[in-house]
Write a protein that binds this ligand. Structure first.
Ligand SMILES: [Mn+2]
Length: 386
């Protein structure tokens, strides 16, 4: 049988201020057609279906029409809530859609329960383990962990759910679908950290004992510890400027005894991302970065003065420029508000000193006249209105 492993769709996410809804709709159509064309019998979405716990209506509608389309194509779907999802909202109809072979689980309620599904070449045991926040563990979980003298952590609650699945699985092959941060993996900027401070990682050994483990949470596709059958599919679309690598889904062929071979299928929708660094003139020079024309562009400007209308000028050359950062040359990051200076200096002197600190050069005559005129205008205007 063939399984299509995806995760982290993040429906409803924007790229900077740009809505990705159309691109996400295009992906949903592509993933359906890819599943049909390859004779896939099971679609896996390993968490972060949505980008936030209360997703936009258009994203909910997109998820629903996608599930219906898979159902009509005769392809079973298993999906779990990730740390971005509202577990209770995602699993609102948990159980009611099981008969349609659409299994959407969230939270602790049925984490690690084995679902035995029949496919063309025999049964498959599926364990769905949504993102489990240790702080939200139900009292009975906490009590059982306490009895074993184990603290509720990301690893201990996941291990408990996985142990249950391992114990209950009786078929000759099994699939675990998990949303977690497995140690030793590569991260990207768009993943929301699971905890601030304390450990949020889970040891890969916790995941052993399944024919295939479909992971979600990390946005870069990767195998864990060299094990082909424990993988992150990564996001189908780049969601931050750190995600410059290709995006893909995983097509798994699983034999009746659980042997797996995996093929990485590139996702042909969405724009790549690129960060360009230089002065505005360098970036706008004809033919400077033709590779960036169709990508989302983050421009890091190194001019030693504020660049007026930078975004609109960049948009003429890079129509998908979303982010502009002014990183003036020679700046010291240590400069911040200094109340002492602010109160001791006149506005003109403070402005001049600020310029020198940032640019490492005194104001030119023209610049000084401009600053003085601007400051006078502000102060005189304020006096008049007062
Ligand atoms: Mn995610």
């Amino acid at each position: 049988m063939k399984i299509l492993h995806t995760s982290d769709w993040h429906l409803g996410r924007n790229f900077s201020s740009v809505s990705l809804h159309e691109v996400q709709a295009e992906f949903c159509e592509w993933v359906l057609q890819t599943a049909i064309a390859n004779g896939v019998e099971l679609l896996v979405v390993a968490g972060d279906l949505y980008d936030r716990s209360i997703p936009p209506q258009e994203s909910v509608a997109l998820w629903r029409t996608t599930l219906i389309a898979f159902h009509q194509a005769g392809i079973a779907v298993v999906a779990i809530a990730g740390n971005h999802d509202g577990a209770d909202r995602v699993s609102a109809f948990d159980g009611l859609t099981d008969e349609a072979r659409v299994f959407v689980r969230g939270g602790y309620g049925r984490a690690g329960e084995i679902i035995t599904l029949g496919f063309s070449d025999g049964p498959l045991d599926v364990a769905l383990i949504p993102f489990l926040d240790p702080q939200l563990a139900p009292p009975e979980w906490k009590a059982e962990l306490a009895e074993a003298e184990v603290k509720p952590t990301h690893e201990s609650v996941l291990e408990k759910a996985i142990d249950r699945a391992r114990f209950d699985s009786k078929s000759s092959r099994s699939l675990a679908v998990v949303h977690a941060f497995v140690g030793g993996s590569t991260t990207a900027d768009s993943e929301r950290q699971l905890t601030v401070g304390g450990t949020d990682q889970v040891a890969a050994t916790v995941l052993e004992g399944f024919s295939y483990v479909a992971l979600g949470h990390l946005h870069t596709p990767q195998v864990i510890g060299g094990a082909e059958q424990i993988r992150y599919s990564g996001t189908p679309i780049a969601y931050s400027f750190s995600e410059t690598g290709p995006k893909s889904v995983v097509l798994i062929e699983m034999s009746p005894d659980g042997g797996c071979s995996a093929e990485v299928v590139p996702v042909p929708v969405g724009r790549g991302v690129i960060t360009l660094t230089g002065t505005i003139d360098e970036l706008l020079a004809p033919g400077a970065h033709p590779e960036a024309a169709e990508k989302y562009v983050k421009a890091v400007l190194t001019d030693n003065a504020y660049v007026v209308d930078a975004k609109s000028r960049l948009l003429e050359v890079y129509p998908y420029c979303t982010d502009v950062v002014m990183k003036m040359a020679g700046t010291s990051t240590a400069i911040g508000p200094n109340d002492e200076i602010r109160s001791a200096l006149s506005p003109r002197d403070a402005a001049e000193k600020f310029w020198e600190d940032i640019v490492n050069e005194p104001l030119s005559e023209l610049q000084r006249d401009t600053v003085v005129a601007a400051i006078d205008k502000v102060f005189i205007t304020n006096e008049v209105t007062r």
